[in-house]
Every structure is written in C-alpha cells, then in structure tokens.
Write a protein that binds this ligand. Structure first.
Ligand code: SF4
Ligand code: SF4
Ligand code: SF4
Length: 262
C-alpha cells in the first residue's frame, strides 16, 4: 500500500482559502473556481464546519498575545486519514475502508446505509451525511487523482507552501524540520501533530503555537475509544442497526456516544 500523506503547515498558511475552493469546485459542491481567484485574507475569526457538501473547511483562530497584540492561527478541518481509523473499525457494511492503492480512507457510496456510526466515533468530528445523496460524504484524499499520479487538488491549489503531498516518512522529516525552525525563532510551543495519534495520521500538521485552542483532546489510540470497544464487543452489524435507529431519533445509545450531525 502506498504511504501517501499530506502536510499542512499552519505557520505558512495565509488563509486565502484556495485549497477549500479547489476542493469544492472539483466536487461540484459549494464554491467555484471563480471564487478562488477573488478570495482575500479573512478579516474576522471564523470556524466553518464540514457539512456533507464541503469536504474541507479552513478555520481561523484569533488569540490575544500580550496587551495589544494578537496571534492568528489557520487550521484545516477535514478527514485526517487515520491509519487506525475508528470509522473504518465500526462501519457495519465495509463502506468506510482504507483505499489499498492510495492508503486514504474512502467511503463507498454503494455500501453506505447512513447509519451514522462513523460520525459518532470519529475523534475529529468529520464525517457528515449528505441528505441528498443519503450517504456519508467526506474527503477521500482525492484518491482518484492520486491514483493517476497527481497530488490532491487542495495541495495543487496552495501557492504558499502550506500544503505538501508525498511519502509519510519524508513529510514527517519535513514537518519536524519546520517545527525545529519555528522553535529556533522563539515559538517554543510549536509542534507536529499526527505522528502517532490514531495509529499515525495521513494528514500531518505543523502547529506554530502548539495544540492549545487548535486541537482538542484526542485519544492517543483508537482502541481506547469506548464506542469502538463496544462495537467490537457487540458486533458492528447489530450496532449498525442501532445507529440507523439513532438517525431516526428513536434510540439514544449509551457509552458516551455523540449524536450524529444533521
Ligand atoms: S478523521 Fe475521522 S473520518 Fe477520517 S479516518 Fe479518522 S476516524 Fe475516519
Ligand atoms: S454511515 Fe454507517 S455505513 Fe455509512 S460509512 Fe458511516 S458507518 Fe459505514
Ligand atoms: S484531499 Fe481532495 S477531497 Fe480532501 S480536502 Fe484536499 S481537495 Fe478536498
């Protein structure tokens, strides 16, 4: 299996949203190629969400830094392509699966029954059911594009050097070098996120100001997720049925499950 990975560098991102526009435009979802040429840097904090129509959302955090100063952090909300993905472990139909050719996590439309289990367990709160398509729609790492030898579209759209695509080992090294450079510049909390979490992520992030405010608490490993444990104990098909009932608002299932987003 290919060891493809994306590196997002929040220290280099300028918030232009060209990545988001390129993603949406090629999917026929929100946004368009025209939007991409006219966007300017944002002037206010915002935290948009993925919603089954937008597969990736650029986020923005403004924090006070001293009495009169502010620091700005751009982030990226989308599938992190966990190598030990909770969504894959609980999917009762095999719809959510690792693409053997690219290594990215994909959702097969013909197998998804909209049970919502993947929404419930994802530590990054990513999968969303597209009501029109009646299935989960999420970033698939541009698997078809990658399989044809090209970089994912969001990467190709970034001219700021904030998105890179390549072998995981190379990007781990690149990310660590960028973090070291930031620390030398005085950003003591700078870190690389994704090296080990959830079996190691296929989306690595350089976080200039560290995890605070950007990444919430994520369980170190997928096996500690109580819902994943419950599914593996009870069997994914039976819990998949419960998940379907949950979608209809009939059952509130225990084990600290999140409610699927609609
Ligand atoms: S980020 Fe969520 S949806 Fe993506 S692979 Fe990980 S568990 Fe699955
Ligand atoms: S909604 Fe259910 S069937 Fe569809 S991908 Fe998620 S877990 Fe699998
Ligand atoms: S990898 Fe492809 S599907 Fe995923 S966010 Fe980038 S452009 Fe969108």
């Amino acid at each position: 299996m290919a060891d493809n990975t994306l590196l997002f560098d929040g220290a280099r991102c300028i918030g232009c949203k060209r990545c988001q526009m390129a993603c949406s435009a090629q999917r026929g979802l929100k946004g368009s190629a025209e939007d991409a040429s006219s966007v300017t840097a944002p002037v206010a904090p915002w935290a948009p969400d993925v919603d089954g129509n937008a597969l990736m959302a650029l986020t923005y955090l403004e924090q006070a830094a001293g009495e009169k100063d502010f620091q700005y952090t751009f982030g990226r909300k989308s599938c992190m392509h966990c190598r030990d993905a909770a969504c894959v472990r609980v999917c009762p139909t095999g719809a959510m699966a690792v693409d053997e050719e690219t290594g990215f996590v994909r959702n097969r439309a013909d197998r998804c029954v909209s049970c919502g289990l993947c929404e419930t367990v994802c530590p990054f709160d990513v999968p969303r059911i597209n009501e029109a398509q009646r299935r989960v729609v999420k970033c698939d790492g541009c698997a078809d594009v990658v399989a044809s030898g090209e970089a994912p579209l969001c990467v190709g759209a970034c001219s700021a050097g904030a998105l890179l695509f390549g072998e995981r080992a190379d990007l781990l090294e690149e990310g660590q070098q960028r973090v070291a450079a930031l620390q030398e510049q005085g950003f003591a909390d700078a870190c690389l996120f994704g090296a080990t979490e959830q079996g190691g992520l296929r989306v690595l992030e350089v976080l200039k100001y560290g995890l605070a405010g950007v990444r919430g608490e994520v369980l170190a490993d997928t096996g500690s997720n109580k819902t994943v444990q419950a599914v593996e104990l009870t069997g994914p098909v039976s819990l998949g049925v419960l998940g379907v009932l949950t979608v209809g608002g009939i059952v509130l299932f225990g084990y600290g499950m999140k409610q699927p987003k609609r």
